[in-house]
Design a protein around this ligand. Structure first.
Ligand SMILES: Nc1ncnc2c1ncn2[C@@H]1O[C@H](COP(=O)(O)OP(=O)(O)OP(=O)(O)O)[C@@H](O)[C@H]1O
Length: 325
């Protein structure tokens, strides 16, 4: 189907390109006046990969997505999508992309199924393709029984699924998802993750931004950790955790007054310590042994928790800050 979409939207002769990557970025930069939102980032995404941009608010994730999606012009660097430069081949590149923006921008005046049909018509897709495709996508988004419902009657999770269904109308090879589950409750997030997994299984390349470490760990084969417009590190979630953290972490809460003063008394326990306003983190491969060492010194935290290291710990290690402020 994609070729059909490409034919419909293509106005130029598209060069034959060969690349091992569906997206390649080199020194990608975006400035707004004097402010550099994306500061020379480089990455490659092979086909079928689920690739994440993880970072706090303002890191430059959405701006990067907008450059890939052709919504924002880059200020510098090179970008290739399916071997094509989106600056030169905008419509041809967009024919390969599905875009799920951070804010749902569904047409609230149209019913659920009509949203899909209207979007498909905008792509110039024929009715004979669109009717069955809309039904297939409603099924995929678990919205078949909502086909005739008004969009404003849908829950946040349903709206997100409809936005994703809509982005798939042209059978894209690459799906761009900007903060796909922000604002959703845990159940809605899990349903969405499951749908995204299925797309990945079907061979769609997923590019997603998130500031949720659990989402990145669940969905991403590989990710870049972005802060202040630059890449801090790159790798699979498990490799990043292995490289930048210990196996386990002990979280101790001594009360807001004491958390910052207790550090000296914990000296030497575990491999490393982070003191945050609300808790102290001790990094150790054996968390239980580290906790025993704490209590062995006569220290009595109000709460204690031994957990596996996560991408949050990677971010903290690299930036000294928490992912979610
Ligand atoms: N049109 C714009 N004009 C000026 N500055 C902008 C514009 N768009 C984004 N910025 C700034 O660029 C920086 C990066 O923004 P961006 O939206 O890419 O971050 P983000 O990592 O996606 O964070 P969020 O999750 O909050 O969207 C921010 O400081 C933001 O204020």
């Amino acid at each position: 189907m994609l070729s059909q979409v490409s034919q419909i939207t293509s106005s130029k002769t598209v060069p034959e390109t060969r690349s091992d990557f569906v997206i390649s970025a080199r020194n990608l930069t975006k400035s707004y006046g004097d402010f550099t939102a994306v500061n020379g980032i480089s990455f490659d995404v092979p086909p079928g990969e689920s690739f994440g941009l993880l970072g706090p608010n303002g890191a430059g994730k959405s701006t990067t997505m907008k450059m890939i999606g052709g919504v924002a012009q880059r200020s510098g660097g090179d970008l290739s999508i399916m071997g094509l430069d989106p600056n030169t081949y905008g419509p041809e590149v967009r024919a390969h992309l599905g875009v799920v923006p951070q804010q749902d921008n569904l047409d609230e005046d149209l019913r659920v199924r009509d949203n899909l049909l209207a979007y498909g018509r905008y792509f110039g897709l024929p009715k004979s393709y669109l009717q069955p495709k809309a039904d297939e996508l409603l099924e995929f988004a678990q919205l078949t029984d909502k086909a005739k419902a008004r969009v404003d009657s849908l829950s946040g999770g349903m709206k997100r699924r409809l936005t994703i269904a809509r982005s798939l109308i042209n059978d894209p090879k690459i799906l761009l998802l900007d903060e796909p589950t922000t604002g959703l409750d845990p159940q809605a997030r899990h349903i969405l993750w499951d749908r995204l997994f299925r797309l990945k299984e079907a061979g769609v390349t997923l590019i997603l931004t998130t500031h949720y470490m659990d989402e990145a760990e669940q969905l991403c084969d590989r990710l870049i950790v972005v802060d202040k417009g630059a890449i801090m590190t790159e790798g699979s979630p498990s490799a990043l955790i292995r490289e930048h953290s210990t196996r386990e972490v002990v979280e101790l809460r001594f009360g807001s007054e004491r958390n910052t003063t207790v550090a000296a008394e914990l000296e030497g326990i575990g491999e490393r310590m982070e003191t945050l306003p609300d808790r102290v983190l001790i990094y150790a491969d054996d968390g239980e042994a580290a906790l025993e060492a704490v209590t062995g010194r006569g220290l009595r935290p109000i709460t204690s928790l031994v957990r596996r290291s996560s991408l949050e710990d990677v971010f903290l290690r690299l930036t000294g800050r928490s992912l979610v402020d």
